[in-house]
Design a protein around this ligand. Structure first.
Ligand SMILES: [Zn+2]
Length: 304
């Protein structure tokens, strides 16, 4: 097990919900697609590095602050002699490299240079570690994880690992002796403690309760086309089945994610889940899973 596993960021969760419940502006839709693609690529990367955790310390998805700047590390591996931050890219399609920049072939427009991102990350990580007395060398890599990514005129840089090279690279890494000691563990603990779970650079689209589509969303494919039964809901698109209780709780969590200060009343939950015929069921699920505050029409629910 890595010391810290990856989970979807709050930003990705909000965008995923909004993408189903409203028509996002093209720029927001693009941002959602990028967030999702990035996350999928990182999960793919984690599955490849997972076995290294027997020898080294692995921390996935770190948000840190150094010199008043927030920065993100997709994955970090601590070996005996090196700290390895990874910038994982899930680009797909044809790109080319020219004059120290990456361009998309279709429109010849430059993209954010992942080597510059890696360099920024290393430049910020170094003083942060030095300030706590950790002086292990930092040697980061950019990994292009998608097998459908191709880079023309690729530079022969040792800190770029293309998808076909990754397995070999990680194999070589796994041959290194482990020799992790207390200092390495202290370093990992420091980073885990310094991790910021809700970084202040998150940006969300504008939305209001009234404008959002109401109803259950399939937990698997985010489709709105679900059929409720006595004790479960079934997705008409992917066939995924979920107990009604789990779907109600998940929908309430989604509601609180989108509106952190909202009061969870029974009427609000009926409206949000948008299944009038389920009122009786929902009325039973709520007190079983939440604590009721107050009485009568003004009562509301909070986490137990
Ligand atoms: Zn589905």
């Amino acid at each position: 097990m890595p010391l810290k596993s990856r989970s979807k960021s709050k930003e990705l969760k909000v965008y995923t919900s909004l993408n189903s419940r409203m028509d996002l502006e093209p720029s927001d839709r693009k941002k959602y697609t990028n967030l999702k693609k990035g996350y999928d690529g990182e999960v793919m990367f984690d599955s490849l590095t997972a076995s290294l955790d027997k020898k080294f310390l692995i921390i996935n998805d770190l948000n840190l602050k150094s010199e008043n700047t927030t920065f993100q590390i997709d994955s970090l591996i601590i070996t005996k002699g090196t700290v390895i931050p990874w910038e994982v890219k899930n680009y797909k399609g044809n790109y080319y490299y020219e004059n120290d920049n990456f361009y998309l072939c279709t429109n010849r427009k430059p993209i954010t240079n992942p080597l510059h991102q890696l360099n920024r990350c290393e430049t910020l990580l170094r003083p942060l570690l030095h300030s706590k007395g950790f002086h292990l060398p930092i040697e980061g890599y950019v990994s292009f994880i998608n097998p459908e990514f191709f880079l023309y005129q690729a530079p022969q840089k040792k800190n770029i690992i293309f998808q076909p090279q990754l397995k070999f690279f990680l194999n070589e890494l796994s041959m290194l002796p482990s020799n992790i000691n207390g200092m390495h563990k202290n370093l990992a603990d420091f980073l885990l403690n310094a991790h910021i779970s809700e970084p202040d650079n998150m940006r969300f689209p504008l939305y209001e309760y009234e404008q959002l589509r109401k109803g259950f969303i399939c937990a698997c494919c985010q489709s709105f086309s679900v059929t409720p039964f006595e004790k479960k809901i079934v997705c008409n698109d992917c066939g995924y089945e979920e107990s009604l209780q789990s779907a109600v709780i998940r929908s309430i969590e989604e509601l609180v994610l989108l509106f952190p200060n909202i009061k969870i009343t029974a009427n609000l939950v009926y409206d949000w889940c948008n299944f009038d015929e389920l009122k009786r069921k929902i009325r039973r699920i709520l007190p079983k899973n939440y604590k009721i505050i107050g009485h009568g029409p003004h009562s509301y629910y909070v986490n137990k």
